[in-house]
Structures are given as C-alpha cells and as structure tokens.
Design a protein around this ligand. Structure first.
Ligand code: PHE
Length: 473
C-alpha cells in the first residue's frame, strides 16, 4: 500500500474529465440552499456584520484546511468515504474505528437530504407562483398568506418534495461522468449568470447602501456563543464539509490536479456566491421596508413582496427561484453520492438500485419535515425543536463540525506525514507545514472550543451557579 503514488489507485465510478469539472462539481455541492436561503436568514437573525465576520473566519481558518484534508483522503483512497476511511486507517495502522467518519458522514448526508428536498420543493413551487403573477402588487400579508397556505398544504409540499427527489435520483442514477459531471457543467455557469443578473437588478432597484451596511457592519454586541456555533456550523454546511461529500468527489479527481489551489478556488467561489446572494437579497428586502430577521421565510415572503412591487419583478423573481432550485439540485446530488458510491462498491447494488433505495428512504423521512410545517408544527419533543429544526441543528451544528474535527485529527495525527504530502505535492514545505499546523491544532481546537463553550453556556453554567449558591448558602 505504501507504494502508492498520488491518486494512483483504480476508481470504479469514473474520473472527472478535468480539474475544472471537479471545481464545478465541488462548487455545485457547496453552493446551495445554504448560500441563498440559509445564509441570509441566519445572518439576519444573528445581527448581520459580526456574524458574517465570524463566518468568514471559520471558512478561512477551519473550512479551507479541512476541505484540503477531505479531498486528499478521497483521492488517496479512490473510494467512497466509508471504505476510504477504513482503508486509510489500515494504511496508517490506526484503529478501525476511524471508519466511523465515513458512516457518520453518510448518515449526515442522508439526513440533510431529507429536509433539503422539502425546502428545495418550496423553491420549485415558487417558480410557478412567480410566473403566474400571484405576487404582483401583493401586500406583505398577502404574500405571507400564500406562503402559509403552501406550508399548510401537505399534498402540495409532498408533490414538490417528490419532484425534487426525482430530479436528484435522475442525475445520480446516470453516474459520475454522464450524470453529475454533465449536470454541473451546464448548471453552474447558468447559476453564475443568473446571480449576476440579480445583483444588477438589486443595485438598480434595491437599497444597496443599507444592504451593504447590514452585511458588513461588524456589531459585536449582537454576537453570542450560540451565534458563533451557528457561524461555525454554517461554514461546514456551506462548504459541504464534515460528511464526506467532498471526500467522495475527491475520489474522482484526476491524479495530477493540484488539490490546494483547487480547494481555495472552490471556497472562494462559495463565499463569493453567499455574499453576492446577500447583496442581491438584502437591498431588495430593505427597499420593501421588511425586517431582515424574518427567519426561514425571508426568501419566501420578503423577496416575493419586493419583487411583486418592482418593475420587472415578475421575471426577475422567476429567475431568482430558478436559481435557487438549480443551486439546491447540484448540492443534493452530492449529499447522496457518498452512500450510493459505497453501496455500489459493496457489490450488492448497481447505481440505479442504490440511488432508488436511498431516494425512497429519504423521501419517506422527508415527510417528517413536511409535517413540521403543519400538523406537527407544535410538536417539539426534541429539546423544544420541531422535527425539521432538530434535523437541521443536529446535522449542521453537531454532526458536520464533529465530522470535520475527526477528519482534521485523522489527517493531522494519524496519517503518515509523507503520505499526506504526496497528495498535495504542489505545496512547498512551508505551505505544507502551515496546513499541517491548521489541521493538527487550529481546526480541532477551534471546533472543540465552540462545543465546550456552548455546553457551558447551555447546561453547565446553570448548574454551576446552583452549586455555588448552595455552597455559599
Ligand atoms: N453546501 C450545501 C449548501 O450550502 C449543503 C450541503 C451540505 C451539501 C453538505 C452537501 C453536503 O446548501
């Protein structure tokens, strides 16, 4: 095994046709509902600027090094994350328990898909609503009624959830080069073009200055440990890290492609899209005098109000929801690729069988998210959260950062230094050492620190005070 040179193992699913296909695929995975739906509303809920700054820091200091680690692991093993981690653990003479990174990741991807598909379904539904002019000259109450009616309509939600799930299954079934590769080469340039159109529109018709101020004015008084955890979790979520999607895509990366440069390009594009989306959305929201802290409905209530009352808003609103759907589509395929690739490698399934099974499973579990917005909206047995809120919290804020922490520790402490350097041979010794320092110390400690502080904040500080009070009597 140690005779292996960079990316020299055989790959049964195919190899991307070049470095750029990898970049488009990884960017397609990274850019999704996280950038366009989630980022604006969590930035809104957490006060804007200061939150954005913490998020950017997390991307640079934790996200990029961990992403390099994931691609490197995937390409070295040339297998799906579950087998990759157990192979690499064996190669590093480390415990087989490291294989759990692959399992945990596959589970996280599956769980994310279950709710991702439901939210993406809203975007699909909104393309039609925009097109039919439902929002033309609509008052905020009208739009919020339309949104609430959609959320209450289980049948409609299930229909759109099904359509989106079928779109995902269709692409994954067609395979890595013919399905995923082709899809991202068409969808990603389209997405960038649409986003620029929207940015132009918002600069013409929105309150650009206020939008800018909101996103980039660093007001630290609004920052809490909880919002730091959300920023950290979001850095993992938006870069698709900590669950093996990027590792799986790394396994299809050409051997000669330069990993570090590629990863930096992907992280840069993802961040750019989030910020540009924010600059396309907030000015429009402000122009319509709407509060930015509207929560998950921000995109589906405030924006249609704004579009409905602007020149050309009908068409641009339509464009916007097409964009959201495309972004979600190129991400959802990466959520299932790790599980599907593993099922195929196990020899028990072909690709079509594997994705069909996973698709049906995720579809069924997605019904829980559908119900979270109507019948179960007051059913909050999970730490006071609905089924959907809990899944979102568990995956984005716990599973992904934990997965990322373990990946960093494995690469930094368990894998032979020479093996890691062989995969990123393009880096100079100094660059390599800096990266190693990040994955050995900075990323794991930062993630651990946020977990500990949050635990303290949420649970222990209360007990501690009680204890102190009891002692001091
Ligand atoms: N990065 C995607 C987004 O921002 C979500 C995602 C997470 C996709 C994890 C794949 C893996 O929407």
């Amino acid at each position: 095994m140690d005779q292996m040179t960079a990316g020299s193992r055989r790959q049964m699913h195919g190899i991307w046709s070049g470095r750029w296909t990898f970049i488009l695929a990884a960017t397609g995975s990274a850019v999704g509902l996280g950038n366009i739906w989630k980022f604006p509303y969590i930035a809104g809920e957490n006060g804007g600027g200061a939150f954005v700054l913490v998020y950017l820091l997390c991307i640079a200091v934790i996200g990029v090094p961990v992403m390099i680690a994931e691609v490197l692991l995937g390409r070295r093993a040339r297998k799906s994350p579950i087998y990759a981690m157990s192979d690499l653990a064996r190669e590093a003479k480390a415990s087989r328990l490291w294989g759990l990174i692959g399992w945990g990741g596959a589970l996280a991807g599956f769980l994310i898909l279950t709710f991702y598909s439901v939210i993406a379904g809203w975007a699909l539904a909104y393309i039609g609503k925009m097109w039919q002019g439902e929002f033309v000259h609509a008052a905020p109450e009208t739009v919020s009624n339309i949104f609430n009616t959609l959320l209450a309509d289980k049948v409609a939600l299930i229909q759109w959830h099904s359509v989106f799930m079928l779109m995902t299954v269709g692409v994954v079934a067609a395979g890595v080069t013919k399905g995923l590769g082709v899809a991202v080469r068409i969808l990603m340039p389209l997405l960038f073009a649409l986003l620029l159109v929207l940015l132009w529109y918002s600069s013409q018709y929105g309150d650009f200055a206020r939008g800018f101020h909101f996103l980039f004015n660093f007001d630290f008084s609004k920052l809490t440990w909880n919002s730091v955890l959300i920023a950290l979790g979001h850095a993992f979520f938006t870069l698709s890290l900590g669950m093996g999607a990027i590792m799986a895509y790394g396994a299809y990366m050409p051997s000669r492609a330069d990993i570090s440069k590629t990863v930096i390009t992907v992280a840069f594009l993802d961040t750019l899209v989030a910020l540009v989306a924010g600059m396309a959305i907030f000015p429009i929201v402000f122009a319509a005098s709407i509060e930015p802290s509207a929560g998950p409905g921000l995109l589906f209530v405030s924006l249609p109000v704004a579009f409905g009352n602007m020149d050309g808003g009908l068409m641009f609103g339509c464009v916007f929801f097409v964009l959201v759907s495309i972004a979600a589509w190129s991400s959802s395929i990466s959520l299932v690729e790790p599980v599907v690739a593993w099922m195929v490698e196990s020899g028990r399934f072909n690709r079509v069988g594997a994705i069909s099974l996973v698709g049906v499973g995720a579809w069924i579990m997605g019904l829980g998210t559908v119900l979270s917005f109507n019948d179960w909206s007051n059913f909050k047995p999970f730490f006071g959260m609905t089924f959907f809120d809990f899944l979102d919290f568990l995956t984005a804020n716990i599973m992904l950062p934990l997965g990322g922490l373990l990946i960093a520790v494995f690469v930094g402490w368990k894998m032979a230094r020479a093996d890691a350097h062989k995969e990123i041979a393009e880096t100079s010794d100094l660059q390599f050492d800096i990266w190693l320092l990040m994955v050995r110390w900075i990323s794991p400690l930062a993630v651990a620190a946020v977990f500990v502080f949050l635990l303290w904040d949420k649970l222990l500080s209360g007990w501690w005070q009680l204890l102190l009070a009891a002692i001091l009597g």
